[in-house]
Design a binder for this molecule. Structure first.
Ligand code: NDP
Ligand code: DGY
Length: 322
C-alpha cells in the first residue's frame, strides 16, 4: 500500500520531528511563515493528513483543495478558531488539538505580562542604554499585584492556571466571567462568577483567557474600555480578535485605561507601523504563550498522536470538541 500523504505547515521540535519523520508517511513540510496561501492550497492537494498551527487557516477552501482523501486535521495548538470545524465534520474529517500540555507555559506568560505592565518593565529596561537612570523616589513607579482585584475572562484550563498563580501574589479577589459558571474550577482557585460588565468595572487587572468564538469576537470595544477603572490594565493571551484593536489604541491614546499587555494581536505579525507600538504602557509579545521547550515538545507528540489515529481511522486521543 502506498504511504499516506501528510502535509505539515509547521516543523516540530527535535524529538517530535524525528518521530514524525520515522513514521513512513509521504511527508511534505514547510514553515507557515514562508508559505503563501496559494502554495499551501497547492501542496495540500490529495493529502490524507494535515498538520497545521494557529497561523494557518484551514477553511472550506483548504478542504476543497485537499479533496476527499483528507482524513485528519491535527493542529499544533489548543486554540482552534482557525479550523472550520463544521465543514470538517460535515465531510467526515477528524480534527485534533493539543490541550493541557501548554497550560503552564501560557499561564506563566500571562503572569509575566501582568507584572511587566504593572511594574513598567519594558519602559524601565529601555532606560539603561540611554544612561538616564534616575534615583528619585517618584521615578518609574509601578503598581503591586498584592491587594488588587483580578478578572479572568474565561476560566478554562489556562484561566484556572492564571488564577492558581495569582493566589500566590496575594490578590484581593479573583473574578471570572463566561457563558456559564465553572463551579469546580472556581472552587479550586477561589474565584467568583460575575457578569462581564461587573468583571470589567471591578477589576484592576483584566486577563483575557477565553477562546475566540462568535460570543468573544470584539468583546472588548471602546465602550467596554470606558467601563474599566482608569488605572486598570488589560492582558490578552487568548486571540487578538477578542479585542477590537483600534478601540484599544483609542483607549490608550485617551488614557482611559492604565495599560495593556498583549501576547496576541491582529494581524500577526503586527505591522511595524502599528499605533499600538506608540504607547510605553502597552507591552507587546509575539505570540509566545506556549513557546517553551517543554510545551512545544509535548504539543508535537500530541499532534502526531492525533495524526496517527486519524490516518488509521481510529478516534483521536485529543479531538477538538464539536
Ligand atoms: P479552554 O477551552 O479550557 O478554555 C476556554 C474558555 O473560554 C472556557 O472556559 C470557555 O468558558 C471560555 N469562553 C468561551 N466563550 C466565552 C465568553 N463569551 N466569555 C467568557 N469566556 C468564554 O481552553 P484553554 O484554556 O486551553 O485555552 C484558551 C485559549 O487560549 C485558546 O482557545 C487559545 O485561543 C488561547 N491560547 C493562546 C496561547 C498563546 O500562545 N497566547 C497558547 C494557548 C492557548 P465557557 O464555555 O464555560 O463560557
Ligand atoms: C494555541 O495553542 O492556541 C496557541 O495560540 C499556539 O498557537
Amino acid at each position: 500500500m502506498a504511504p499516506k500523504k501528510v502535509f505539515s505547515s509547521y516543523f516540530l521540535t527535535e524529538d517530535a520531528q524525528k518521530r514524525l519523520e520515522s513514521l513512513g508517511y509521504d511527508l511534505d513540510q514547510s514553515s507557515a511563515d514562508q508559505l503563501p496561501r496559494t502554495e499551501f492550497l497547492r501542496r495540500v492537494k490529495g493529502v490524507h493528513g494535515i498538520i497545521c498551527d494557529s497561523a494557518c487557516q484551514v477553511d472550506a477552501e483548504t478542504l476543497d483543495a485537499a479533496g476527499d482523501t483528507l482524513q485528519v486535521i491535527s493542529t499544533h495548538s489548543v486554540g482552534y478558531n482557525h479550523v472550520d470545524l463544521a465543514e470538517a465534520h460535515r465531510r467526515g474529517i477528524q480534527t485534533g488539538h493539543t490541550p493541557d500540555v501548554l497550560t503552564d507555559a501560557v499561564a506563566d506568560l500571562a503572569l509575566t505580562l501582568i507584572l511587566m505592565v504593572l511594574r513598567r518593565v519594558v519602559e524601565a529596561a529601555a532606560v539603561i542604554p540611554t544612561g538616564q537612570w534616575c534615583n528619585q523616589p517618584t521615578w518609574m513607579l509601578g503598581r503591586q499585584l498584592r491587594g488588587k482585584a483580578v478578572g479572568i475572562v474565561g476560566l478554562g484550563r489556562i484561566g484556572e492556571g492564571v488564577a492558581q498563580r495569582l493566589r500566590g501574589f496575594g490578590v484581593s479577589r479573583i473574578l471570572y466571567s463566561g457563558r456559564r459558571p465553572r463551579e469546580e474550577a472556581a472552587l479550586r482557585v477561589g474565584a467568583n462568577f460575575v457578569s462581564f460588565d461587573e468583571l470589567v468595572r471591578q477589576s484592576d487587572v483584566v486577563c483575557i483567557c477565553c477562546s475566540l468564538n462568535d460570543s468573544t469576537y470584539h468583546l472588548f470595544t471602546y465602550d467596554v474600555f470606558k467601563l474599566m477603572k482608569p488605572t486598570a490594565v488589560i492582558i490578552n493571551i487568548s486571540r487578538g480578535g477578542v479585542i477590537k484593536q483600534e478601540d484599544l489604541v483609542s483607549a490608550l491614546a485617551n488614557k482611559i485605561i492604565g495599560g495593556a499587555g498583549l501576547d496576541v494581536m491582529t494581524p500577526e505579525p503586527l505591522p511595524t507601523d502599528s499605533h499600538l507600538l506608540k504607547y510605553p504602557n502597552c507591552v507587546l509579545l509575539p505570540h509566545i504563550g506556549s513557546a517553551t521547550v517543554e510545551a512545544h515538545e509535548a504539543m508535537g507528540h500530541l499532534c502526531i498522536d492525533n495524526l496517527q489515529a486519524g490516518l488509521e481511522g481510529k478516534p483521536l486521543p485529543h479531538p477538538i470538541p464539536q
